[in-house]
Design a protein around this ligand. Structure first.
Ligand code: PMP
Length: 289
């Protein structure tokens, strides 16, 4: 069985490259008990990190919203990434920076805790050919909903937000689906457990307003591409029943890139022209050949 703690290579950890297998935390780490942890998911294509600055700014933003400051600047984190990629000889891969509160105070309060930062990276080529992608994935409607902005720090990649995502995804996978579609606290379509969602209705693109979930960097790229291609994008509240009117549906995220959807519950879609175009244009934007 694969075990991420047993890989070969190096992880940058609190100021230095550490042998991959030796990057340990103490069991009384605040981040582990109280989810005071934030992270990023990034990809590099042929050695070039896609939207590196945006990801780094979002990492800082997530930490600030959780009330702590990462003790490394945007420039320093960009430098650290280069060190990690070079040490592990990765040019097409996934990069995972993570920052968390340490163990000085062990309770809800944690003002004095040291902030730690680690950056790991691993090979992760974009596996699917555009044709294979166009088969689409199946989603199951999740019973968990995205929380309101008064309930959780919705604009962040804070670890705690992913508790319901793992629950929803496990349930979906148990039922033979690749992922789960989550509604928001009001009952509108929100996103999947790690990607934003787009519906194609009469050659226009409709996507939920990101007012209670992450406004993904890939999502913003897709909107930019659509604008450049003169495809109208409408950001609005979308009811679940409106899936009946969608011709194509796709999800977007750093890991998912552009992934067409073939089924959500009883609703069926056929990935077609707009999915193809978006995959092609996203591949161009990320420098994939
Ligand atoms: N929503 C959630 C919950 C996510 O975890 C992600 C992945 N970061 C996304 C959306 C897509 O964001 P991005 O395009 O920035 O990767």
């Amino acid at each position: 069985m694969e075990d991420f703690s047993q890989n070969e290579g190096y992880i940058w950890y609190d100021g230095e490259l550490v042998n991959w297998k030796d990057t340990k935390i103490h069991v009384l780490t605040h981040g582990l008990h109280y989810a005071s942890s934030v992270f990023e998911g990034e990809r590099c294509y042929d050695g070039r990190i896609f939207r590196e600055i945006e990801h780094t700014k979002r990492l800082h933003h997530s930490a600030n919203v959780l009330g702590f400051e990462i003790p490394y600047s945007i420039e320093e984190i960009c430098e650290i990434r280069k060190i990690v990629l070079k040490a592990n000889n990765i040019s097409n891969g996934y990069i995972r920076p993570v920052a968390w509160r340490g163990s000085e105070m062990m309770g809800i309060s944690a003002q004095k805790n040291t902030i730690h930062l680690a950056v790991a990276a691993w090979e992760w080529p974009s596996y699917y050919s555009p044709e294979a992608r166009l088969k689409g994935i199946k989603l199951q409607l999740a019973k968990w909903r995205r929380p309101s902005p008064e309930t959780a720090p919705i604009s962040t990649k804070a670890a705690g937000l992913y508790m319901i995502c793992t629950l929803a995804k496990h349930e979906a996978e148990k039922n033979g689906c690749e992922d789960a579609l989550m509604l928001d606290y009001r009952g509108y379509i929100a996103e999947t457990t790690s990607a934003n969602i787009f519906l194609v209705i009469n050659n226009e693109i409709h996507t939920p307003k990101p007012d209670c979930f992450l406004n993904g960097i890939t999502r913003q790229e897709v909107i930019k591409i659509a604008n450049e291609k003169d495809i109208k994008v409408i950001e609005r509240y979308i009811d679940l029943e409106e899936l009946a009117n969608a011709d194509e549906v796709f999800v977007t995220g750093t890991a998912a890139e552009i992934t067409p959807v073939s089924e959500i519950g009883d609703y069926k879609f056929k990935p077609d022209t707009i999915c193809k175009l978006m995959i092609e244009e996203y591949n161009k934007a990320t420098g994939q050949t």
